[in-house]
Write a protein that binds this ligand. Structure first.
Ligand SMILES: Cc1cc2nc3c(=O)[nH]c(=O)nc-3n(C[C@H](O)[C@H](O)[C@H](O)COP(=O)(O)OP(=O)(O)OC[C@H]3O[C@@H](n4cnc5c(N)ncnc54)[C@H](O)[C@@H]3O)c2cc1C
Length: 379
């Protein structure tokens, strides 16, 4: 059997790409090895470009499109399949707890509000400073804070649920899935013509490499270095008593970068480590767990009596410039990269999948991809 497209990798990015390809009528095969440390299974799921102070301007441009794309995608998925997507608008706060956070908080505040002024949004009703009392109403376990910014439209998504929903919706339109590894690409001179799995060779018109942190493995065959490396993230799921009513709580991020994401089932997810240079070592470590819990209790001492329900570890597909790698491979035909989404792939990934499907099927793109092409790494 031959396909119009084969997607390598069944995390959020690959599954979204496959979903959009079958929606466009392409006969598509998704091949997923489901490695331990798959980032999508561990991600916290924060969607909030308006409060982001870490990522560069090209990231903001892509994120604005990506987050704007979410509500329509969720609506489609709700009518195309029966499972939950794990998406909800719940709001987010950036807080400073200790004196030494006041300076970085001030820098973050200027960054966020200057950008708001430049871009003409979000409005002052949706993004504004709040008092310590109001912050604690929105997250009752919080310490008294020295400063807090609240953004109403921030959302959260459960990466596992959303990926499952995309896959079910795509399968109902004819997507084929094989749970195995792609060992090599099939090449005919400069063109990629298929993939090789343990079951043999499979031919296709186009191949998408969406292998997350493992994507670089195809670089040797393609004669290009794919500059994506694993960055380990450890994240802890805490259980609270039912009376806590976490369904109504808001996401909190301390200005230093750790965060807490509340979910409806009396659960607050706290994280996460950012361990660049970890390699493919998806273990929970004593130092990682201590870092995450120390920071969670510093910002929210009211979580001290919570139980530990789960500890997850994911390998983020990290790039040095914090931008994803999207688009063709120079000098090669019929092969596309959709990787390198680092710490923000749940935010960007569903939209990246749409963009790659648009490229393959020849649709006009709503955004210029130059800033995300692999060629930016070539000197
Ligand atoms: C702790 C943590 C917190 C995070 N928080 C957020 C957040 O709040 N907001 C946000 O937007 N993002 C967040 N992220 C980032 C986000 O989870 C990732 O960017 C995103 O999930 C990456 O998706 P992916 O599909 O590229 O990779 P993955 O989810 O890692 O999937 C890659 C898949 O490709 C498969 N694969 C690789 N090679 C092959 C092969 N040769 N053959 C077959 N299959 C292959 C793997 O087995 C895997 O299943 C977080 C990540 C972590 C770890």
């Amino acid at each position: 059997m031959s396909y119009d497209a084969i997607v390598i990798g069944g995390g959020i990015v690959g599954t979204s790409t496959a979903y959009h390809l079958v929606r466009a009528g392409a006969r598509t095969l998704l091949v997923d090895r489901r490695d331990t440390g798959r980032a999508t299974d561990a991600g916290a799921g924060i969607l909030s470009p308006a409060t982001n102070t870490r990522d560069p301007d090209p990231w903001q441009r892509l994120a604005a499109h990506a987050v704007g794309y979410y509500p329509g995608l969720i609506e489609s998925l709700e009518s195309e399949q029966e499972g939950e997507t794990g998406f909800a608008v719940c709001g987010m706060m950036i807080v400073a707890v200790s004196e030494d956070e006041l300076e970085p908080f001030d820098v973050a505040r200027r960054h966020i509000f200057n950008r708001r002024n430049r871009q003409g949004g979000p409005s002052a009703q949706d993004l504004y400073e709040i008092s310590s009392d109001e912050a604690r109403k929105r997250f009752p376990a919080l310490a008294g804070v020295q400063g807090a910014i609240y953004y109403r439209d921030a959302a959260r998504v459960d990466g596992r649920l959303l990926t499952g929903a995309l896959r079910r919706a795509a399968e109902s339109r004819g997507l084929t899935v094989q749970e195995t590894g792609v060992e090599a690409l099939r090449m005919d001179n400069d063109a990629v013509t298929g993939v090789v799995t343990d079951a043999g060779a499979i031919s296709t018109a186009d191949v998408v490499i969406a292998g997350g942190a493992w994507s670089h493995a195809f670089g040797l065959q393609l004669g290009v270095q794919i500059p994506v490396e694993p960055q380990r993230g450890q994240i802890i799921h805490l259980g609270l008593p039912p009376a806590a009513n976490t369904a109504s709580w808001t996401i909190v991020s301390a200005v230093r970068g750790h965060y807490m994401v509340p979910w409806p089932d009396n659960r607050v997810v706290v994280g996460a480590t950012r361990e660049t240079g970890s390699g493919f070592d998806a273990r929970t470590t004593v130092a990682g767990v201590r870092e995450v819990l120390d920071e969670a209790l510093r910002v929210a001492p009211g979580l001290a009596a919570a139980e530990i329900r789960d500890i997850r570890v994911g390998l983020r597909p990290y790039t040095q410039d914090l931008l994803p790698v999207l688009g063709p491979v120079p000098g090669r035909k019929n092969v596309w990269l959709a990787t390198g989404h680092g710490p923000t792939g749940l935010q960007l990934g569903p939209y990246s999948g749409k963009l790659i499907a648009d490229l393959i099927t020849g649709n006009d793109l709503p955004i210029n991809l130059d800033a995300y092409r692999i060629t930016r790494f070539f000197s």
